[in-house]
Design a binder for this molecule. Structure first.
Ligand SMILES: [Fe+2]
Length: 339
């Protein structure tokens, strides 16, 4: 583990530790607990409440809130729920450069209504307040949930993705979760390059969670349809998805570097402790979870389909032959459209 020099750090970050395992590198900001930002849910105005009632009517994401994970739901095409766009003023604050990157840090604990943010994250308080207000309105069981915050801000080079990954869902419960827990739901927003969602049925009934990589089969089914069901929110549009909303980041196709700020706030029921090594620690809560190194590669899963396009069934860090790419080589992207 190494520590970065303090002079380059955002205000309120004491240091950034870096750690790595199995070729992956994580940055772990260590936050100053002084002068935190504490948010509490605020009731929506009558007009806002009515607007949310109308937009959420018929939403499968809302219908399946607080239900137990069941892979049969992938067979239903679903799109995230829109919660509107950040205003120009909100966006200016949200996208301010110099934000610290962090992964899945708890900012809300079960049985506590309030959100606690280290002051280094104060630029995100506005977006998080919007999430919190909507969450309380939509989820009658919000007290049972953790909320985990991920922030990623960086330059995205032309032809690359901010966060390289195959088509996937957040909050998939594989063989490790037995019995299954309640579903995850996550709110996300980015200032540019909004995530692509695939609003189509995914037929995964024949897959075995102990053997098969479900994400690779999602890739393959998106490619089968030539990305015909791709849907993207607008820039700065706040959306709510659940663990059945298949999605993927999009390449920067502008031909020039793009500076992108992305936020995800994931709500997970009380049994879902995010104890993965590399997740940030919130000094504003008293908890001490033993952190473990864990990733999907360890599970030894294989593609359900044999043969076919190898780009649809390798990890981004692997070449088409399945061997690790050399350091600095471009990551492998799934070919989701026919040439
Ligand atoms: Fe994701």
């Amino acid at each position: 583990m190494t520590t970065s020099p303090s002079e380059a750090l955002p205000e309120g970050v004491l240091r950034v530790e870096t750690l790595g395992y199995r070729g992956k590198r994580y940055e772990l900001p260590i936050f100053d607990a002084a002068s935190p930002v504490v948010l509490t849910p605020q009731p929506l105005s009558g007009e806002a409440k009515e607007a949310l009632r109308v937009t959420s009517a018929g939403s499968l994401v809302v219908r399946d809130l607080h239900t137990v994970f069941d892979a049969r739901h992938f067979a239903e095409a679903r799109r995230p729920l829109s919660l509107g766009c950040l205003s120009a003023d909100e966006l200016r604050v949200f996208a301010r450069p110099g934000a610290v990157r962090l992964l899945d840090m708890p900012i809300k604990m079960p049985d506590l209504a309030e959100v606690r943010l280290p002051r280094a994250l104060s630029q995100f308080a506005g977006a998080i307040q919007r999430v919190l207000d909507a969450e309380v309105q939509l989820n009658p069981h919000h007290a049972d949930y953790h909320a985990y915050l991920t922030i990623d801000q960086r330059w995205v080079a032309p032809g690359t993705l901010h966060r390289e990954a195959p088509c996937h869902v957040d909050g998939f419960q594989g063989a490790r979760w037995n019995p299954k827990c309640r579903t995850n739901h996550s709110y996300t927003v980015s200032d540019v390059l909004p995530t692509a969602y695939y609003v189509q049925p995914f037929h995964l009934e024949a897959l075995d969670e102990r053997l098969h990589d479900f994400f690779w089969e999602m890739n393959a089914q998106v490619a089968d349809t030539n990305e015909a069901h791709r849907w993207q929110p607008q820039d700065a549009e706040l959306t709510m998805m659940d663990c059945y909303c298949v999605h993927r980041g999009v390449e920067n196709q502008t031909g020039a570097p793009v500076f992108r700020t992305w936020l995800r706030l994931s709500f997970e029921e009380r049994r879902r402790i995010f104890d993965r090594l590399g997740n940030a620690h919130n000094p504003l809560f008293d908890y001490d979870w033993p952190m473990v190194d864990r990733d999907i590669e360890q599970l030894g899963l294989r593609a359900f389909r044999e043969g076919g396009d190898p780009s649809l069934s390798v990890f981004p860090w692997q070449g088409l032959d399945g061997k690790p790419l050399p350091p600095g080589a471009p990551k492998t992207s799934p070919r989701l459209r026919r040439a």
